[in-house]
Every structure is written in C-alpha cells, then in structure tokens.
Design a protein around this ligand. Structure first.
Ligand code: FAD
Length: 480
C-alpha cells in the first residue's frame, strides 16, 4: 500500500512514530496560507530551514518531500486520489484551530473514501492528554500532581527512521499536472518574501535534525549536569536551546527523553542525577501546558482562571512601547527584551521577569505581551506561550494561590549577580559598575547621567505600581 504522510510539526524522519509502518511512503508538506496568517518572520524562517533539511533527509532515502499549497481540506483528498494512496497519516496536534482543521480534513478524506490514521502517541508528546488525568478524568491544573503521575509512567523509546526504498519519489506516483501544480517540489523552497514576510530582525538559530542532534549531544554529555544549579542564571547558558526544535519536531521528544536516560546512567553522583531530573521536569512542563491547551483551547485568548470581576488592565501605549523596545529603565527587563529582538529567543527566567513586569508593574493585558512574543520568538508555541503568560499574569493553570509579583531588581541581584547578562544585551550599561546596574531604578538623575547618559530612567516606580497591581487583582477577586 501507499501511505501519504502529512508533515506539520514533525519535520523529521527519525523517531517519527507515524512513519514506522510497512507501507511505501509519500511525504507532503502543505503550505496553507490561512495558517501562515498566524506566522511571524522568525518562526517562518526556522520552518523553511527545517523543510529544507527534511527534504534533504528524504532525498538521502531516494525520495522527495512533496510541497503543496492550498487548503488541506481540498489538497489532501485530491492528492490522495492522484497518487492512489491507501492511507493518509499525521501526528496529532493540540490547539483548538489545529483540532478543527484536522477534523475537517479527516471528514473530507472519509468522503473521498481514503482511510486516515492519526498517530496519537510519541509524535509530539511522551504522554497524551487522555493518559495523564485527575481521578475524574479531567486535565490537571496543578503541575505537582501532573508531574508525579507523568514521571511515573513508562516511556517508549525512539523509533527507527524509514530506510532507503521505503520512501517513494513523487515523480513515480504523480502525473505532471500535479507536480506542476505543486511546482515547488523539485525546485527551490519559497522564500520569506514569497510568503509575504519580512526578514526577521533577529539572527535566527539554524533548524534541521542534524543541528538538533548536535545540540542534544552537547547537552547530554556536559551541560545537563549543571542544569540543576545553573538553569536559572541567564548568563550561564546552561539550557538546551531545543525549544524551536521541539516546537517544529525537527527532533523527537522520545529521542530527547532517551538522552536523559543515557545521561542519568552515566551520572557520577546523586547531584548529577538530580540535575538530569530537573531537566526532565521542564519536559513535563511542556506536556502539562499542551494538555491544558487540549482541554481548554480558549486559553490562547481567554483567562484560564475566572475572576468574579474583570481585571482592569491599563491602556498604556507608551509603557508598552518602552517594554517592547527594552527601554523601561529596569536593566534585567530591558536586557531580556533586547535579547528577544537580537536572537528571537530569551532565557526562561528573563521571560518570566519581563512578563511579570508587563502584567503586574505596568498592569498591561497579558495578551499584548503574548502577541509581541508571538511575533518575535523563534520557539513561539501556543500552548507554552499561553501557559507562560497566564502564569505571569496570575490568570493561568497552576498560578500561585497568592498573588505574586517578581521584583525585577531583586530578581537581577539573585540571577544576574554580576550584571553579566545585562551588560551583554544593554550596551549603554556595558561600563557601568555592577551596583549601579542593580540600583539603577533608584539612582538620582545626576548619578544616572554620569554613569550611562544614554540609558533611560525607570518608566515606573515599583513600590507605587505594585500597590496598583495588588489593588486591581483584589478588585477582580471581589475583595478590593
Ligand atoms: P530548556 O531549559 O533546555 O528546556 C527544555 C525544553 O523544555 C524546552 O525546549 C521546552 O520545550 C520545554 N520547557 C522548558 N521550560 C518550559 C516552560 N516553562 N513551559 C513549557 N515548556 C518548557 N516556550 C516555548 O517553547 N514557546 C513559547 O512560546 C514560550 N513562551 C513563553 C512565554 C513566557 C511568558 C514564559 C515565562 C515562558 C515561555 N516559554 C515558551 C517557556 C520557556 O521559556 C522556553 O521553553 C525555554 O526558555 C526554551 O529554552 P530551552 O530550549 O533552552 O529550554
């Protein structure tokens, strides 16, 4: 038989459970202009790079990645008929939009008499939403409970890639007309400009499975053992940088888990094993937020947690602009916002601090922040973005029961004690003494002018604005 596999967020051939069948395989990526309206330059640049690498992986196996364009509800049934496919396969996705699209495509294929097989295990997550639930079968809203259960479940290992000969060349199965329509197949991939995007302002990290394996190998051999101690310190570069790869599936999550098994087996002591465990916990956060999104597709735009009254977010265009441009006068926040524009990636601790600053100190709606990160991050992912933003805004699953504001000054003293990260991303402060960096918001104007004349004074005064945020949330809770 012939299997038509629809690649979406699984841009790899190795460790892709949907490709582990016995049928001959014809892979396709469908460029759907409707989905691309949610795209942004860094994400699309990474995607195109990943497609290029995926196509290479198929060519090495004597095949070719078919590139089609249009609405998958129309394209896939047509294509399945044209190549006489027996089944159409894809890996499950978890957002509301993806769910609607997949149901519509499955229905269209059923109408056309083509069978559909959706891989529900290991394509994107180690454990599916149905496998890790509370006693009454609903999703966990508390991460600690989730983690305990998720961690205790047995995890399957990676699956082998299809070999040469299993993959067919679309030119053998499809006539000229189809190949002509899907004219990108043999030629160059579309460019960002072809797709209507500007070049990203950031230097976007390279995509592709080989790159992801290199990152993972380095991490497994070395960095994972200091992850436990170093992960919260942005200057120590102790995280894996795998986020865009996990987002687009250029590497399989089972492969990443296997690397943690290998690292744990090679660990020389308890501390090293705990460090591996700390990393696994992050992989669990990723699945926790995917399960939340699966159960509550509205979290992308609506508060997860209901407040009796509305939270009265402020309308503050100038504050929002300063935050986006990294000109708030809070060095750690600004360093993060500038790293975002320079690298399309930001360290997790700094994402949290910058998100807390926007939603609590400026009291600006988390959706504004979500939208900016969506346009600038290479790893933008609806599940984790909604999870991270709503956590910071105290509206999400697992939000602290008591209201928290991350103080950007004490966070900087704790996690960037020498000001190294700030100096790297905020050139105006490169020559400033460390104390002046930490105390910047409380220095007087004259001292500031003497130390870093081009770096802005703080746009808000913390104590005062903290009270404002606390008041707004008390009012929303109905006890203000
Ligand atoms: P590592 O520390 O090496 O972690 C390994 C993997 O675990 C990551 O690649 C990621 O897939 C997952 N992971 C780690 N931390 C988290 C977390 N807190 N939540 C969910 N998954 C996690 N991550 C995204 O992938 N896309 C986003 O759009 C995104 N938006 C965020 C927005 C806010 C406001 C916050 C606070 C966090 C956001 N995160 C997002 C989570 C986290 O910051 C990144 O996953 C992490 O910084 C990626 O770097 P890394 O691959 O080196 O992480």
């Amino acid at each position: 038989g012939l299997q038509l596999h629809w690649h979406r967020r699984d841009l790899r051939v190795t460790d892709n459970p949907a490709l582990a069948g016995d049928d001959r395989l014809l892979p396709v990526f469908v460029h759907d202009p409707a989905i691309f309206t949610y795209g942004a330059p860094p994400v699309v640049a990474f995607l195109l790079d990943a497609l290029d690498s995926l196509r290479e992986q198929y060519r090495e196996r004597g095949g070719e990645l078919l590139l089609a364009r249009g609405d998958p509800r129309a394209v896939l049934p047509d294509l399945a008929a044209a190549c006489d496919a027996d089944t159409v396969t894809w890996n499950r996705d978890y957002s509301g939009l993806a769910g609607e699209r997949d149901r519509a495509v499955a229905a269209a294929l059923a109408d056309a008499g083509v069978s559909v097989d959706v891989e529900r295990s290991g394509g994107t997550l180690l454990h599916e939403p149905e496998q890790v639930t509370t006693n009454d079968g609903s999703h966990h809203s508390d991460f600690s409970d989730f983690w305990r259960e998720w961690r205790n479940r047995e995890k399957a290992g990676p699956v082998a890639a299809p070999v040469r000969g299993d993959v067919v060349d679309p030119r053998d199965s499809l006539d000229e007309e189809w190949l002509g329509e899907a004219s990108e197949t043999a030629g160059a991939l579309p460019s960002l400009a072809d797709l209507g995007f500007d070049d990203p302002e950031a230097d976007v990290q390279p995509a592709g499975t080989d790159v992801a394996y290199d990152l993972l190998d380095d991490f497994r051999e070395d960095t994972i053992y200091r992850y436990g101690d170093d992960r919260e310190y942005p200057a120590r570069e102790s995280t894996s940088r795998l986020s865009p790869h996990l987002k687009f599936g250029t590497i399989g999550v089972r492969t990443v888990w296997q690397a943690t098994e290998d690292a744990a087996a090679a660990a020389s002591n308890g501390d090293a094993r705990e460090s591996v465990e700390a990393f696994r916990r992050r992989l669990a956060w990723r699945e926790f937020y995917a399960h939340v999104l699966d159960a509550r597709p509205d979290v992308v735009t609506e508060n997860y947690r209901e407040y009796p009254d509305e939270i009265r977010w402020r309308d503050d265009p100038e504050g929002l602009r300063a935050w986006k441009d990294g000109e708030t006068g809070y060095p750690l926040v600004d360093a993060g916002m500038r790293q975002l524009r320079a690298e399309a990636w930001v360290h997790n601790r700094v994402r949290m601090v910058a998100a807390s600053f926007l939603t609590k100190d400026l009291l600006i709606d988390w959706r504004e922040g979500y939208d900016w990160y969506r346009r600038k991050l290479v790893d933008h992912d609806t599940a984790h973005a909604a999870g991270g933003w709503q956590w910071a805004a105290s509206t999400g699953a697992n939000a602290q029961p008591d209201f928290r504001v991350l103080d950007p000054t004490t966070q900087a003293e704790e996690y960037d004690p020498d000001g190294e990260y700030v100096r790297e991303h905020v050139p105006e402060l490169r020559d400033a003494p460390t104390d002046a960096i930490h105390e910047w918001p409380t220095l007087d104007d004259e001292t500031r002018a003497a130390i870093a004349p081009d770096y802005p004074a703080p746009i808000v005064e913390l104590g005062e604005y903290r009270d404002r945020a606390i008041g707004a949330f008390e009012a929303a809770r109905g006890d203000g």
